[in-house]
Design a binder for this molecule. Structure first.
Ligand code: EPZ
Length: 432
């Protein structure tokens, strides 16, 4: 199993190209199930989760090529993916696949909308919380489908006339619930209105792509989305939006180490709340045509309190990375997690590097320290793992980050991107 070895203490200087967003690419790929025509996606990151999802979609009958090559010819690397669900051969998504990647549960919406039925394994819990799917199922029921749970599977069927447009009101903001509503309601009869919809940029990206496919969606990016159902959708070509979480992660890294890095290809409005916090911490943020530039010279890191919230609030997917930055602030900061109930597993690993963090319910109180010291660490999820990389970049001596497969799920070329900016970082194969 691979590990990442980091020797801390180097400033970061240079340019980091920001990849396409994992969390936009996944629902866009799933939307290919809604049409028999070809959906071409550009700027798709080469990540373990993306590569897993093409295999899952293949199971339902989606024919795919990556950079012009047929499946299997060149593995699953590449940046342009063509997906054609000419015929859905299976509306069953088995436990073995759904349990590997939670977002694959979302296939339930297009399968139901197009085929009138789906049987999809419940995704189960995961490292950051229980993560129920009750609100996703509520969407299907509101659109007139029956929903039963049978032996760990959700079995859903549309009535004889197909799905019917409805008012859908979410009691809490849910990204996956909103994706589900957009996909299912696009092929329903009549009009749907989604209240308290998620406003994340990835929702807007999916709605833009669906509209290019012939859907009639208005208001994506606001909390009320209207969808006029259409009889069928067609193919299109769409470029995945830049990854705001990847950009925010590298912004935290530069604020941590000092230096001057251009985050190429990202737009500030995608992660403004994070940029505001990073600026308060002492970095200088400037926007150019190329992207967002982060610079910190000389002065130390100031403590900043943050509370995670749905977009446009501070993203939960940057909470661990920002906490890593705060471990070296000059004073105390408070980080509050409101989205997931168990998203502090990085705390005990950051402690191995010498940080002082106390947990109090949904808050982490971080006492900044002057120095961190390298150590072997491991993490249980993607964002937690990368927070350890950020801390390691500023720690004295060597840190070995274990369980690198978490990083490979969501960060394209992490060690190459950081290495090109001067970090001493390499991937090593672990013995055994
Ligand atoms: C998406 O997950 C992202 N995943 C997550 O990114 C991200 O952390 C999360 O949104 C919040 O921004 C993808 O886009 C693939 P939610 P999702 O439904 O859609 C509760 C990463 O590291 N809830 O917005 O699953 C839920 O438990 C990942 O890239 C219900 O109660 O998140 C949570 O407390 C991790 N019932 C809150 O809502 C439901 O039916 C928000 O979850 C659904 C959700």
């Amino acid at each position: 199993m691979d590990r990442i070895r980091i020797v801390g203490g180097k400033e970061l200087n240079g340019t980091i190209p920001i990849s396409g967003a994992k969390n936009a690419a996944l629902p866009l790929m799933i939307a290919s199930l809604l049409t028999a025509d070809r959906l071409t996606l550009d700027n798709v990151p080469n990540l373990a989760d993306v590569n897993m999802l093409v295999r899952i979609l293949g199971n339902h009958g989606v024919d795919y090529t990556i950079n012009g090559k047929r499946a299997g010819e060149n593995g699953t690397t590449g940046r342009t993916i063509h997906l054609t669900a000419g015929e859905i051969v299976d509306t069953l998504a088995p436990y073995e696949l759904v349990s590997k990647m939670r977002a694959s549960f979302w296939v339930i919406a297009p399968l139901l909308a197009r085929m009138g039925e789906a049987k999809v394994s419940l995704p189960g819990g995961c490292a950051i919380g229980t993560r129920p799917v009750d609100l996703l199922l509520m969407v299907l029921e509101r659109l007139g489908a029956s929903v039963d749970i049978d032996a760990g599977y959700v079995v859903t069927k549309a009535g004889s006339g197909g799905l019917k447009g409805a008012e859908i009101e979410f009691p809490k903001v849910t990204v996956g619930g909103t994706h589900t509503a957009l996909m299912a309601a696009s092929l329903a009869h009549g009009k749907s209105v989604v209240h308290n919809a998620a406003r994340e940029p990835e929702i807007v990206d999916l709605a833009d792509c669906l509209n290019k496919m012939g859907a009639r969606i208005r208001g994506a990016g606001t909390s009320t989305i209207e969808i006029d159902g259409v009889a069928h959708l067609s193919g299109t070509r769409h470029a995945v939006l830049p990854d705001r979480i990847e950009a925010g992660t590298y912004a935290c890294a530069v604020a941590m180490t000092g230096g001057d890095v251009m985050l190429e290809g990202v737009r500030p409005e995608l992660f403004q709340s994070a940029l505001d916090a990073i600026e308060k911490a002492g970095a200088v943020v400037t926007t150019t045509n190329e992207g967002v530039r982060i610079k910190r010279n000389g002065a130390g890191i100031s403590p900043v309190d943050v509370t995670t919230a749905p977009f446009p609030g501070f993203p939960t997917d940057l909470q661990a990375q920002f906490m890593a930055l705060m471990t070296r602030a000059k004073g105390q900061s408070k980080i509050t997690e409101t989205i997931f109930e168990n998203r502090f597993m990085h705390v005990q690993e950051l402690a191995r590097l010498g940080s002082h963090i106390r947990l109090d319910g949904d808050c982490a109180i971080v006492e900044g320290v002057e120095r961190l010291k390298g150590a072997p660490v491991m993490a249980t999820d993607l964002r937690a793992s990368v927070s350890l990389v950020i801390a390691a970049l500023a720690a004295e001596g060597e840190t070995m980050v274990n369980r690198v497969y978490h990083l490979d799920r969501g960060f394209e070329n992490l060690e190459r991107k950081l290495g090109a900016c001067g970090a001493q970082i390499e991937r090593v194969s672990a013995p055994g």
